[in-house]
Design a protein around this ligand. Structure first.
Ligand SMILES: Nc1ncnc2c1ncn2[C@@H]1O[C@H](COP(=O)(O)OP(=O)(O)OP(=O)(O)O)[C@@H](O)[C@H]1O
Ligand SMILES: O=P(O)(O)OC[C@H]1O[C@H](OP(=O)(O)OP(=O)(O)O)[C@H](O)[C@@H]1O
Length: 214
């Protein structure tokens, strides 16, 4: 029997995907927050979930280890999108990619022509494209999390990070100085799976499309 595997990350993407799964008649048998299982069954014998790190989701789908998955646009930009079909913006896990600095830092002066700043980020590709678009040279420092700390301890002048409520920036005496782009999560599908398993995948894609909040 043919079956489909959906790659999801724990936390906000899993939580916000539950209603979409329900619309497709799919109910997970375990909650990854309380279970240590990485492969989770569903009420449907032909559908299973694999629980991966958010940044790994496109890789599982690209290589066909999962037929489909849900990943943030931020993650997709860094991955590059090779081998992936991206049919739907699910409009979940919404936030925005921003440049932020410590309050009081003169970003306008530091970014004048000829200026050079150090920028810490997990989002190297997106940051590179943003500053290249402004015609600026920046020194990028790759971090894997807690970017907000970098300007506070002199590691960088600015960060490129995700902002939602702004609470994390405020708590760390930082302020947003540039809005780069809105971010939400997209459905991604392995291109070969879409051809070979269309009969199983299409109803799931259609149900997700119908369940997206207007
Ligand atoms: N504060 C936020 N509000 C809304 N959406 C967010 C927020 N932070 C991140 N996201 C979105 O949710 C996705 C998953 O975020 P999550 O925090 O679960 O993983 P992560 O910790 O960024 O990734 P990893 O575990 O691989 O380091 C991100 O890729 C982004 O698109
Ligand atoms: O504007 P806010 O509402 O404060 O949200 C912004 C924070 O959310 C994300 O972190 P997340 O909560 O995912 O933590 P993690 O990256 O360490 O998992 C992001 O990296 C910011 O730190």
């Amino acid at each position: 029997m043919s079956s489909i595997t959906l790659a999801l990350s724990k936390g906000r993407i899993f939580e916000e995907t539950l209603p979409l799964l329900a619309a497709a008649g799919i109910v997970p048998t375990d909650n990854p927050e309380s279970s240590r299982k990485l492969i989770i069954g569903t009420n449907r014998p032909d559908v299973r979930l694999v629980i991966v790190r958010a940044t790994d989701t496109p890789t599982y789908v690209q290589y066909g280890a999962a037929d489909l998955g849900i990943a943030g646009k931020d993650v997709l930009i860094e991955h590059g999108g090779a081998g992936l079909y991206q049919p739907l913006d699910l409009d979940i896990a919404r936030c925005r990619l921003c440049v932020a600095v410590q309050k009081g830092f003169d970003y306008a002066a530091a970014t004048r022509p000829g200026g050079r700043i150090r920028v810490a980020t997990k989002y190297i590709n997106a940051a590179k494209a943003h500053f290249a678009g402004k015609g600026m040279h920046v020194d990028l420092i790759k971090l894997y999390g807690s970017m907000e700390l970098a300007p506070l301890v002199g590691l960088a002048d600015a960060i490129v990070d995700l902002v939602s409520t702004g609470g994390t920036l405020r708590a760390n005496n930082l302020e947003e100085v540039e809005d780069i782009m809105p971010i939400s999560s997209r459905l991604i599908v392995n291109q070969a799976s879409l051809k070979l398993k269309r009969e199983l995948l299409q109803p799931v894609l259609d149900a997700f499309a119908g369940a997206i909040k207007p």
